[in-house]
Design a binder for this molecule. Sequence first.
Ligand SMILES: N[C@@H](CCC(=O)N[C@@H](CS)C(=O)NCC(=O)O)C(=O)O
Length: 315
Amino acid sequence: MGVMINGTYQVEDPGPDTQKGGAYERAKSTLRHWITPEGPFTPEPGRYHLFVAWNCPWAHRTLLTRAVLGLQDAISISVAKPARTDQGWVFDTDGAFADAVLGVTAMHEVYSRQRPAYTGRITVPVLWDTQTGTIVSNESADITRMLSLAFDPARRLVPRGLEAEIDRWNDRIHRDINNGVYRAGFARTQGAYDSAVTGLFDTLYALDAHLATHSTLAGGQLTEADLRLFPTLARFDVAYHYAFKCNLAKLSDLPHLWDYARALYAAPGIADTVKPEIYKAGYFSRSDLRNPLGIVPKGPVVDWTAPTQRQITLP
Ligand SMILES: N[C@@H](CCC(=O)N[C@@H](CS)C(=O)NCC(=O)O)C(=O)O
């Protein structure tokens, strides 16, 4: 993946952003508007479009929200090809990985349409406004929340009264799990890796204990917090365990967390967003630091459809 400087895409891959001490630090999203009834971005079916990649866990949370809330007809999508290229995220000219809305062949063209002098990383997901031809947001946490608030008057995924509990889970899960796997996989020193893996597994074991006595994370119902945890769980055994050295245990070794993950998978709309072979192709694509030969492993075989002890549905 390259980076855009003053509207020109630089093919040279700057590598993951690192801090002193070799710790990975995720770049901040810079395009952050909101859809609200007051506007200028008002909630209208058919107006907004999502640019995503199946293998991107940040895009996955937006796809899960869209699917669980039944917004597939209200919000269209373009799916980028899963492999890393020197043009970053790219599209075919037709087929499943084409962009039918703007007809672009690379994600950086979406950013330069919005801001001809854009400087920064070219990331997915991006929420695009077809009416004004601009980017609403390139921050998945905001996109996920705004889909829930603006397009679901019943606020089923962020119920009133549960916001604080959902936000507490979101913060911890973001730090230790969603971004924790990246801090492990992109660490450049032993110390940075050790610290990421310790935080990751402490929280995975804590979640396993919580889910021994709770059906979901918050309020005994499916909420946004579950949809923000799920993308990391979906990739854990096929990608992070091996590609990012998150190998103190597999998800399938943690009985309650694994039961919960499969129950989420069985909830309406979720299985269609899970693509294990694409995760492998993406996380094991060639990388000088992690996989110089680009060989994609065959296993492991993970049975997401095995029966579960719990059932999870949208209220
Ligand atoms: N803050 C962003 C981060 C998204 C992100 O890092 N996406 C990755 C794919 S999983 C990406 O597009 N990376 C390209 C790059 O960093 O050059 C969000 O959560 O929306």
